[in-house]
Design a protein around this ligand. Structure first.
Ligand SMILES: [Mg+2]
Length: 134
C-alpha cells in the first residue's frame, strides 16, 4: 500500500497529540487522515465505513488511555468484526513494560509505539505493520 493513498484513522483524546502524529505521518508521505477523540467515536467511524471501500481507513494509530472506550477495548472490537478483523492497528502508549505489551498483543494490536517517540520509531513500526497486513 502506498503511503499517499493510505487512509489513517488517528485516535487520541488529546488534540495536540493527534496533531503531532498527523504531522509525523505527513512527513512520512501520508496524506489522508480521519480523527477520533476516543474509542467510541473511532469505532463508530470504523463501523460506518466498513462496507465503503472508498472511505474506510487502512490503518489505525490509536492511543491506549482515553476516557470511555480505551485503545485496548477498541482493538478488541476491531478484531471481532469480520469487516475490520485484519485492519492494521498501531497502539501508542506511555507504558513500556512487558505486561502492557502482552496485554496489547493479546487484544490484537499489530504494533506498539512507546511515548515519547520520534518520527523514525513511528516509521519503523508503520512499515512493519503495513507490510505484514498485505
Ligand atoms: Mg490519552
Amino acid at each position: 500500500m502506498k503511503t499517499e493513498t493510505c487512509r489513517v484513522l488517528i485516535v487520541d483524546d488529546m488534540p495536540a497529540v493527534r496533531a503531532i502524529v498527523r504531522d509525523m505521518l505527513m512527513e512520512l508521505g501520508f496524506r489522508h487522515f480521519q480523527e477520533a477523540d476516543d474509542g467510541e467515536s473511532a469505532w463508530r467511524v470504523l463501523q460506518d465505513t466498513a462496507e465503503k471501500e472508498h472511505l474506510r481507513p487502512h490503518l489505525v494509530v490509536s492511543d491506549w488511555l482515553m476516557p470511555g472506550m480505551d485503545g485496548l477495548e477498541l482493538v478488541s472490537s476491531v478484531r471481532k468484526l469480520p469487516a475490520t478483523q485484519g485492519l492494521p492497528f498501531l497502539m501508542i502508549t506511555s507504558q513500556s513494560d512487558r505486561e502492557h505489551w502482552l496485554r496489547a498483543e493479546e487484544a490484537g494490536v499489530s504494533g506498539f509505539v512507546v511515548k515519547p517517540f520520534d518520527p523514525q520509531q513511528l516509521k519503523e513500526q508503520l512499515l512493519r505493520v503495513l507490510s505484514s497486513s498485505i
